[in-house]
Design a protein around this ligand. Sequence first.
Ligand SMILES: *Cc1c(COP(=O)(O)O)cnc(C)c1O
Length: 439
Amino acid sequence: MAIYKDDRVTLSPEDIPKKWYNIAGDLPVPIPPPLNPATNQPSKPEDLEAIFPKGVIAQEMSTERYIDIPEEVRDAYMMLCRPSPLQRARRLEKFLKTPAKIYFKREDLSPAGSHKPNSAIPQTYMNMKEGVENLTTETGAGQWGSALALSCAHFDMKCTVFMVRVSYDQKPFRRLIMETYGSKVHASPSKETAYGRQVLQENPDHPGTLGIAISEAIELCLEQPNTKYSLGSVLNHVMLHQTVIGQEVKQQLEQIDTVPDYMIACVGGGSNFAGFTFPMIGDKIKGKNETEFLAVEPASVPSMTKGELRYDFGDTKGMTPLLKMYTLGHDFVPSSIHAGGLRYHGMAPAVSKVAELGYVTPISYEQSETFEAAVTFARVEGIIPAPESSHAIKAAIDKALEAKKTNEEKTIVFNLSGHGLLDMGGYGKYLHGDMNNTH
Ligand SMILES: *Cc1c(COP(=O)(O)O)cnc(C)c1O
């Protein structure tokens, strides 16, 4: 195949965004605030200070359209391989025989293998600046834990990670990555916390959920001195940090004079979707594009396609403030699908609000369809995608096949949120016929 300019659209290191984009500055209505469950009143900044540093809380509540990215954070973004390329999937187009153009943003190139360090870095930086020495967190598939472990190594902080039991068993190398970066890792539910012990007493074989792991991480944070907690998705400040992705994509699309018909990302807690799309959704709110934004979730964890929009806890025990979000209920136990990062009962309040306003099209797929798309993508494009990202790939393929039917040259851009090189257990099950839609 001949090589064209848009096969890989790159930016120079100076093009790493200098500001994060905050969609709250452009929405016609506020994102509903978190509520203190004891009073049902909006949480005060002081309520959150037990678990988050002040810098994070200020960003969480900010309605400023742009927020400066500190120099040390931009510098660490360099280490993450930012700005990441926008790449054309020409081989996939050819394989599908579609007139559509398909591009994907390469968040798989970060050292932790996903987009998650984009928020781990600034969160760790703000904690370090305020003199915090230890961070606690939860991780599903291990991606967030790896990201926080990486950033804690970078800023010389200690880190304890509660890893959802099924992922701990399915993905042993993720644990070793975190340990290599110097973090402590416990399978959750664990014996390390009172809540973990309680859950284990009721069910010693509990597979764990993100909600339970969050409860454990918060419990340890509240008990251990000089410790804060860090969340890898869902909250406004995480969506904010991830907008480096979408701002780069905007610059890259401008370079090739393209406005996409579709932008597609998978959704777990909503952060890669938000980061990838919010800068373009901000433009859509101002009437500058007619792009459709697809949020893709697993059929077995259908928070947006089947959940209710209401206030609910972010964790299982009910330790977090109440968040207004699409939710399946905080006691929802998702099946043990391999897209561990998508096994969350709720959806970010910011994404939920933008969806309620009609800017998001949520869709869902069964696990086996997403693995089929992943294997196709790996064989034609050479990249083994994360099971989470495969949801976006499946939707991109379907849109490209629709364009083939109608013979339209649609432009489809999806976010490749991570690589799947540590998810080969799932691929093994798919390839050897041991996979169904729940495990
Ligand atoms: C964690 C993760 C997700 C899901 O989380 P979001 O906050 O919805 O982005 C998606 N893809 C990958 C590769 C992940 O690690």
